[in-house]
Design a protein around this ligand. Structure first.
Ligand code: SF4
Length: 389
């Protein structure tokens, strides 16, 4: 099919710092090419969509697929020449919004364990039908729909969320407020969500950019009457009522590898979670030999590492092999970053290694761009440094 829009101009590498989210319509330039982020509807890809995405990643990107902490997928290493064919393919797979504006408005995080016709599913469908009624919001603002028996996305960032209140009602809650507004029905909840988004804009919220920073008191009709139910932990690795949950080391997988797993295993659909985990629907055992993580205590689950050298042009050090070696030696969370940009983890970790001029610097309780405590180590020095911990 022919796209109705011109191929977008990629945004520049510092856009992440200025605080917006890349998408498919608005790819972001990075050290290893363009990043194209795909937002699957309902956080779910059919077998056909995932297979097609694997092919697209191999033909138009560098062959890798990342999971993001917004339950999206991203392809890296896309070039100016392959961007247009990639968007064509995404459109054919129904993985591309009709316009950049709709894509930006569809910044929706949906609880990954929704079931057909439950409240979360009906809320998400109702919101998708009415996306055009949302006002343009600052680009990082997002909505969580999390109306299962208790919140599952309570640790994930969202400016407005619809969740389950202590009384069992649906609850609309603004970020930064411990209590929300109870609502009687799916339609009432979506009406109130849209109204609150319009109130945010009308009350000057765009200057604050995020709901939690907006100082205006909520309007009278959005009474902070009820607390949400106590949150649940993320989906555990292993068997689930809908299939099997598995983790991906570093939140990334080779597209060719994923395609071969799909060819061998009859997975009807895959759900994407914000925790670098996939829920493979309709199966009772994970494919063997796939490199998928199935043990919730695996040290790799605590580790972040970007692509690093040689794949990323900005990197001066290798990252993932060292991260694998360090994982069992480091207590707490670990980030190995090829440079100070810190693509793999924007927040602090207990131990953070950053590549600079071909060597590693170590910082504790730090981000990749923080000042290091130990500097200029080789990979062997780093392993030796953590050898006894
Ligand atoms: S953090 Fe890693 S992937 Fe990001 S630009 Fe630096 S080296 Fe490349």
């Amino acid at each position: 099919m022919a796209l109705q829009h011109n191929t977008p101009e990629p945004s520049q590498p510092d856009d992440r710092i200025r605080g917006w989210c890349p998408g498919a319509w608005r790819p972001m330039a990075s050290g290893d090419g363009l990043i194209v982020r795909v937002r699957p509807r309902l956080a779910r890809l059919s077998h056909r969509q995932l297979h097609g995405l694997c092919q697209a990643a191999r033909h138009c990107g560098n062959g890798l697929i990342d999971l993001t902490n917004r339950a999206n997928l991203q392809l890296r290493g896309v070039s100016d020449a392959t961007l247009a064919p990639l968007l064509e393919r995404l459109a054919e797979l129904d993985l591309l919004d009709d316009s950049p504006e709709l894509e930006q408005r569809r910044n929706l995080l949906l609880t990954p364990d929704w079931q057909r016709d439950d409240d979360s599913h009906r809320l998400a469908l109702a919101l998708l039908d009415r996306l055009h009624e949302l006002p343009p919001l600052p680009a990082k603002m997002g909505i969580a729909i999390d109306a299962g028996p208790a919140p599952l996305l309570h640790r994930e960032s969202a400016d407005f969320r619809i969740e389950r209140g202590a009384s069992g009602h649906l609850l609309l809650r603004a970020d930064g407020r411990p209590r929300g507004t109870p609502l009687d029905s799916v339609d009432a909840a979506i009406d109130a969500l849209l109204r609150l988004a319009h109130w945010f804009v009308a009350s000057g919220g765009e200057q604050a950019r995020r709901m939690r920073h907006h100082p205006a008191p909520l309007p009278d009709w959005a009474a902070e009457g009820e607390a949400p139910r106590t949150g649940r932990p993320p989906l555990a690795l292993g068997p689930h009522a809908l299939g099997m949950v598995c983790g991906l080391p570093f939140g990334q997988i080779e597209a060719a590898h994923l395609a071969s797993l799909l060819a061998d295993t009859p997975v009807p659909a895959v759900r994407v979670t914000p925790w670098r985990r996939l829920l493979l629907e309709g199966i009772h055992a994970l494919p063997t030999g796939g490199g998928l993580l199935s043990d919730g205590t695996d040290p790799l689950l605590r580790v972040h590492a970007c692509t690093g050298a040689p794949r990323c042009a900005r990197a001066t050090v290798e990252t993932r092999q060292l991260a694998r070696q360090l994982a069992p030696r480091v207590k707490g969370s670990l980030h190995v970053s090829g440079c100070s940009k810190g693509c793999a983890c924007p927040t602090t970790t207990d131990v953070c290694l950053t590549g600079r001029t071909g060597h590693y610097d170590i910082a504790y309780d730090a981000r990749a761009d923080d000042a290091p405590q130990v500097m200029h180590l080789s990979a062997a020095d780093v392993l030796s440094h953590f050898g006894d911990t």
